[in-house]
Design a protein around this ligand. Sequence first.
Ligand code: AMP
Ligand code: MG
Length: 327
Amino acid sequence: MHSGPEDIAHAVSLLKQGRLVAFPTETVYGLGADALNAGAVDAVFRAKGRPATNPLIVHVVDEAMARRVSSQWPRAASVLAERFWPGPLTLVLPRAPAVPDAVAAGGATVAVRCPDHPLTLALIETLGAPLVGPSANRSGGISPTCAEHVRESFSEAEVFVLDGGPCVGGIESTVVDLTTDPPRVLRPGLITSDQIAAALGTPVEANNPGPAEQIARSPGQHRSHYAPATPLRLVAPAGLTQALGAEEGAAVVLGPADILVSNPHTSIEMPHAPAAYAARLYAALREADAQRLPRILVVQPWGDSPPTAAWEAVADRLRRAAAPREG
Ligand code: AMP
Ligand code: MG
């Protein structure tokens, strides 16, 4: 049963007390707190076990609210907000003094976006203040794409969950830094750098896994992230048979319907198109983990050649899920 107006009213009263409320978006579920209340923001970091060096995205209802949390609002911000909000695009801008240090991990910039979900827009509108909203999971784990996933990580007493059904997008927003010239994509998402460049009419630097400085600028850059507990390996379609034959024990294989997998291995069918694949990805990784086999093999959905632009965001998440775990 999805949440209704009484749930929103209850959520707002909790947020006003500095408590945590998980909210649905078109990307993943967010762990919400009043972005202008430093104590509430600290509670988000504690609940997630999130390093203080990893800043949070501020969620707003519109450009006017975004201007309250940023100290400069360049023309590019207006153009992108007009074109893509509400939607999965986060803008990094100079931070306004009202935003607590912890939100920005002590930095001079703030990340802001307007999520595309009616429940959450009503929530922020009624509260009358922006919300921080990192993914509603323990730090480093798989992001939640439905209310049940959130409840697997947090007790009812700790986090009130607004249930808005499954997330239609399924992976985190694209993050674009507007404080650099040219603007730079820090984290790929469902809105591609080409779409951003087309909207701006100027070049945009695409995300490329890079220097330590860039890692600090965008937590989505941590090499290991979005990771199931089970070791995960990416394999090209042509390499699947050999990978299964290797003596590393039974595997859960995430792949297209036509792959051949036999006992003791199991399989989870994945969609063919990038958007459908993204929407299904995190739930599938959770299901794979729950099978408790020694390993997960993911058949590269983009095939045996390097990923095309349409697969950029999914490829980013899969590589991080496969990366060696960092502590
Ligand atoms: P999460 O909320 O877990 O999806 O991660 C937060 C994301 O917000 C990170 O991946 C960063 O890319 C982005 N972010 C938040 N604040 C900043 C900031 N001040 N500068 C750059 N990126 C940021
Ligand atoms: Mg996250």
